[in-house]
Design a protein around this ligand. Structure first.
Ligand SMILES: [Fe+2]
Ligand SMILES: [Fe+2]
Length: 267
């Protein structure tokens, strides 16, 4: 049995520094063998930089995923070309640098496959996510090519995300949504043995509008003001989940994880 941990989108410096400070302790105290974190908003809320990635990897994170904000900081392009542990969505145009799939071996030889894929509804144009996953799983077969497979499905619509969960059920260990920054209460193991949650939530300050200063965000909805969105500065909540994976690669148990900040904490 292996235990995986996944944390949702890191939003801004406070959340990033909290994740960096706690990653190794979290892995140890939760008995986790492998930690995946989405970092698409780690640099001031927009994108990620090479030095931030180095700090996150240095803190003990095994693989970093991203999403639509991956290219917000242009200096990430040459870095992602040389760093296969930093993923960008696999169904983006092939002209973009980097990869969307990686296999990382644990200390004991366990092969962890991680896939980052972007949804199509209400998102920028990319290849069809479902067809992209079929293509990926032709060469990344659970049991044959990897002992566990984690899929970060980065998207807005709950319908598309739960459809992907069922579509991949039995073929991967975990399908977890990111991008909305709000954790959903549907964490469970699907009938085919795949752990699923529509959205992991973010690592960020929830006294905000999805991580951004709430007054500016509200003024953009009411049209009574304007201003640049900036990261909310309160104490972050770290949000994600923990999954136990059997020797056959399927999930045997799932637990939500929330720590710190404005959200109720998990035990
Ligand atoms: Fe995000
Ligand atoms: Fe996003």
């Amino acid at each position: 049995m292996k235990r995986l941990m996944f944390l949702g989108d890191i939003v801004g410096r406070n959340a990033r520094q909290t994740v960096i400070a706690k990653a190794a302790d979290l892995k140890a105290s939760q008995n986790c063998d492998f930690l995946v974190v989405n970092c698409e908003n780690a640099a001031g809320g927009f994108g990620v930089t090479p030095s931030i990635c180095d700090d996150l990897f240095g803190a003990g994170i095994d693989v970093l995923t991203t999403g639509n904000h991956v290219w917000d900081k242009s200096e990430i392009s040459p870095y992602i070309e040389k760093e296969p542990r930093l993923l960008r969505p696999v169904n983006m145009a092939p002209e973009f640098p980097g990869v969307g799939v990686t296999i990382v071996a644990g200390d004991d030889g366990t092969r962890y496959g991680v896939v980052n894929v972007m949804a199509n509804l209400f998102m920028a144009q990319n290849d069809n996510a479902f067809a992209a996953m079929d293509k990926v799983l032709n060469t990344l077969k659970l049991g044959r090519d990897a002992d566990a497979i984690i899929v970060d499905f980065h998207g807005e619509a709950t319908s598309e995300k739960v459809a992907m969960g069922h579509y991949l059920d039995g073929r991967v260990s975990l399908v977890v949504g990111t991008h909305t920054h709000i954790p959903t209460a549907d964490l469970r193991i699907l009938t085919g043995g795949t752990a699923y949650q529509t959205d992991a939530g973010m690592c960020g300050d929830y006294e905000s509008v999805i991580g951004m200063d709430k007054d500016v965000a509200i003024s953009r909805f009411t049209k009574r003001g304007s201003g640049r969105l900036s990261v909310a500065q309160g104490e972050p909540s770290l949000c994600g989940l923990i999954v136990d994976v059997d020797t056959n690669g399927l999930a045997t148990a799932v637990f939500p994880f929330r720590s710190g900040g404005a959200l109720p904490e998990t035990p």
